[in-house]
Design a protein around this ligand. Structure first.
Ligand SMILES: [Zn+2]
Ligand SMILES: [Zn+2]
Length: 165
């Protein structure tokens, strides 16, 4: 995604907000993240006497697989990162080149999506998971398997493990 900062650089305002939707095709993340909709991108750009810097906020939706029942579902993530534009400040912001008063945020956005994508997500907080015996997805229906007789100590352990998911 390329932002043209020309007008902002010319006038004497110190702040400008840019809001753009980015087509998933233009980010080419499908091997790792299957985006299902435009990525909403809000860029706040600030000007000081010496520096140009910005805050980029992203909202994206993608197809996720539930870590417990393995169902696919659409999941939304919000993330943000800071950038310095043009001259490097030596801070921990990501530095973006300023070419002909334009900045290209494509690589930074792709990177940010990769980093922010959660490792484990549940389709819902109370996902019932898969029956250990028959393999049925217990969110979609009950099976006739016997209720497992669970050792209370094991049950405690299972609850602890579940919390990590
Ligand atoms: Zn689930
Ligand atoms: Zn079952």
């Amino acid at each position: 995604m390329i932002l043209d900062l020309k007008d902002f650089l010319k006038d004497d305002s110190v702040y400008k907000q840019y809001i753009k939707g980015i087509r998933p095709e233009s980010l080419q993340t499908e091997d790792f993240v299957k985006l299902t909709d435009d990525v909403m991108c809000t860029v706040d750009v600030y000007k000081t006497d010496e520096n140009l810097y910005g805050e980029v906020k992203l909202v994206y939706k993608y197809m996720e697989t539930c870590a417990r029942c393995l169902d696919e579902f659409e999941h939304q993530v919000e993330t943000e990162f800071k950038i310095s534009i043009g001259e490097e400040n030596g801070e921990d912001e990501l530095n973006i080149e300023l070419v002909d008063d334009k900045i290209d945020l494509t690589d930074a956005i792709v990177q940010s999506i990769y980093i922010s994508k959660p490792i484990k997500v549940l389709c819902k907080d109370d996902c019932k998971g898969i029956c250990q015996k028959c393999g049925i997805n217990r969110n979609h229906g009950d099976c006739n398997c016997d209720e497992e007789i669970v050792d209370p100590r094991l049950d405690k352990l299972r609850k602890l493990l579940d919390k990590e998911v």
